[in-house]
Design a binder for this molecule. Sequence first.
Ligand code: BG6
Length: 485
Amino acid sequence: MPHTIVIFGASGDLTSRKLVPALYNLHRAGTLPPETRVVGFSRTPHSDEAWRASLRESTLRHAGQEPFDESAWEAFAESLFYQPGDIGHREDFARLAERLAEVEESHASTRVYYLATAPQFYEPVVAALGDEGLAGEENGPRRIVVEKPFGTDFQTARELNAQLHAVFHEDQVFRIDHYLGKESVQNMLALRFANTIFEPIWNRRYIDHVQITVAEEVAVGRRGAYYDTAGVLRDMFQNHLLQLLMVTAMEAPSRYNATAVRNEKVKVLESIRPLDLREVAGAGVRGQYRGYLEEPGVPSDSQTATFGAIRLEIDNWRWQGVPFYLRSGKAMSCRTTQIVIGFREPPLELFAGGGSGHREANRLVIQIQPAEGIQLHFHTKVPGDGMRLTYTDLEFSYSREFAARLPEAYEPLLLDVLEGDASLFARADEVEQSWEIIDPFVRAWASVDMPPIPVYERGDWGPLASVEWMAAQGRTWFDQCPVLT
Ligand code: BG6
């Protein structure tokens, strides 16, 4: 069956920087299903030709593949159509319906509605799709993709779910978190469930703690007005960091399908120990980079956190007593996303005489980006006299192993939506549970009783308070910038 992707917010950044370049790359690779059309909807009065021309320029910049394949673009651009319209005007949806029938030549077609608008437009678009009969599945499947942010707390996420469910059933809803589209995140499932060697040690008997870091070198830049209302907890923790935690901590699903995978992920969230306001204050540290207050759109007295580190405990048989440390920040030393499995120390120190004091425990480091790969750190005897040991590693690197370029996260996710596979998308209960975990931190950090937010220098690993907080728990952060080859 042919496919039609209808993008609301067609003249926005997401469309030009991510969605259309991803679709073009899929087309170029021959993996976009034949007869896939894209219909853009937004207020800017473009013609099809003008929209195609502007997308050619942006795709040239953002597709990430040199050289640009002009003939592939020409062929792809023929399936791009533009329908000007205002989300607030119902008659524009009636016109959109007519245009879709024209583009689809009145044949049955899988239709994907993509909400690439600002979040306040999600609800009116969904309501209009319902009222105009555009959600009915008499003429092929209808799906809706919802971007982040999905609400701003538990209550608003729940309301948004209710608005969606008034028009679409849950199987039609695809809540996107682009982290799940990253190759190295999907590889966590392969690492854990396609191998047997990790499972016996993937638990409280052998693991001391887990560190999940998403460090960004970039600062807030032009996004100050949005960012100041979100802060790092809403921007990164509720979605991306909790997704990384879930794929690290979940049990093996009984099958690889959306229901089984998401059931296991939700169980992890349900097992996270709830914290009251007092406990939350000690279960995290926040920070703000120096210069944040001068960013455009940021109030000069803002206490918004641009860095955060929190500790979560998972109360189940596998993880009881193994803290999960989640950390993220802007304007940090380097761009790196990594999951570090910190193993326990040996029960007996046999070679104390041969080294220099305390030895680090084994570590499995999963480099999510940008130097995608996996390293296993362990001790080795230095050749020569005595039992002198050194820390060495086994390393797997994507770039060494695979010649092909790693697809951008949106590419596999868009294909999954077209195929109706929701395994890598958040379910309604999953987003609500995520907010329930993050909300207490948001409330505590916004409280007037909090001391002034600690400041860190750009290029640091967050404020000193974060190092001290870890040290007070007898642990140290694993701060390592990736080596790019
Ligand atoms: C987005 C956040 O969801 O993820 C941004 O809003 C952040 O603030 C981005 O920079 C990080 O994504 P990636 O893929 O570059 O790690």
